[in-house]
Design a protein around this ligand. Sequence first.
Ligand SMILES: [Zn+2]
Length: 338
Amino acid sequence: MNSIEDIKKELLAANCKTQEEFEAFRVKYISRKSIFAELFSRMMNVPDSEKKAYGQNINELKNLAHDKFKALAANLDSESEVSKAPYDLTLPSSKGKIGSQHPITIVRNRIIEIFEKIGFNISHGPEIEDDWHNFTALNFPPNHPAREMQDTFFIKKDPDIALRTHTSSVQIRVMENTKPPIRTLCPGRVFRNEAISARAHCIFHQVEGFYVNKNVSFVDLKQTLFHFAKEMFGKDTKVRYRPSYFPFTEPSAEIDISCNICKGDGCNICKYTGWLEIAGSGMIDPNVFENCKIDPDKYTGFAFGMGIERIAMLKWEINDLRLFTENDIRFLDQFKSF
Ligand SMILES: [Zn+2]
C-alpha cells in the first residue's frame, strides 16, 4: 500500500482520455471499494495519538479525489465525441418532413366513406380488360367510337384486349359472380387515348357504383346521388338530372350539382350556368342484366359513374388536370390538412 503522500501525487497527476480510464479512476477513488475503504480500515493500527491527524489526512485526500473526479468528468465531456461533432448535437432535431395524401386519394377515400355508410361495399377489377367486360357485355354497339384505336389503348386486336376505358367493366365482373342484392362501389384507374391538356388526360380515376335488387327504381338513384352530393359538397347543394345516353343504362341521366363556388349565381367555373356536371347515371339496361345471367324481369338496378379528378377539381377549384400527375410538391403540400 502506498503512503498517503504517494496517493496524493498520483491523484493530482491523474488524467483520463477515455471513458474506460475515467471508470477506472471512479472505481479506484470514488466507489465503495475505493482506496479509502482500505485506508480507513488501517485506522485501528494507528496509535491513538496519531489517529486524529491520520483521519484528517484521509478525509482531505478523499475530498481531493472527489474534486478531481468532477474536474475529470467535465474535461471528458468537453473532449468527448459529442462535442467534437461538426454540429451541435444538443440542439433539438429538425423534424422529418411529413407528406400529405394525394388529393385523388383524399377524394376517393371520402367517396368510399360516404357510400360505405349507406351500405355499399368495394369491388375491384383488372386494368387490362377483354372486349366482353369493357364493351360487349355493357351493350356497346359494334360501331361505338370507344372501340376504335384512336380512342382506346388496345394491347391486342382480335381478340381485343385493352386498357379499360371505364370502371363499368367491374360492374360486369361483379354481376357475373354475385347474386343480387348487390350494392357496390368500384374505384380505379382508367385509360383513354387522349392528348394531355388542362382538361383531358390519358390516365384518370373513376368510381363506379351500382345497386341491384328487386324493385330498385329511379327514385333510389336520385336519392342516393342527392345524398352523396350533399355529403361531398355541403348540405345546401342542389341536384338536377339531365336526360342523357349511355349504352349500358336506360333511361340515362347526367347529374349536375348547383355550383358550390357561386352558389348558383353564375361564375366562370360553372360557365355562368350555376350548375356543374359531376356524374353519369341511369337504370341498368336489361340487356346488361341478361349478359350477366341476372333476370331483368325480377331485378332492376341503377348505376352511376364519376371522375375522381373532376370531383377534386370542383371541390378545391383546381383548374388544370395535369397538376394531379406532375408531383409538384408546391401543389401536393396544400392538401396536408385534409
Ligand atoms: Zn358557378
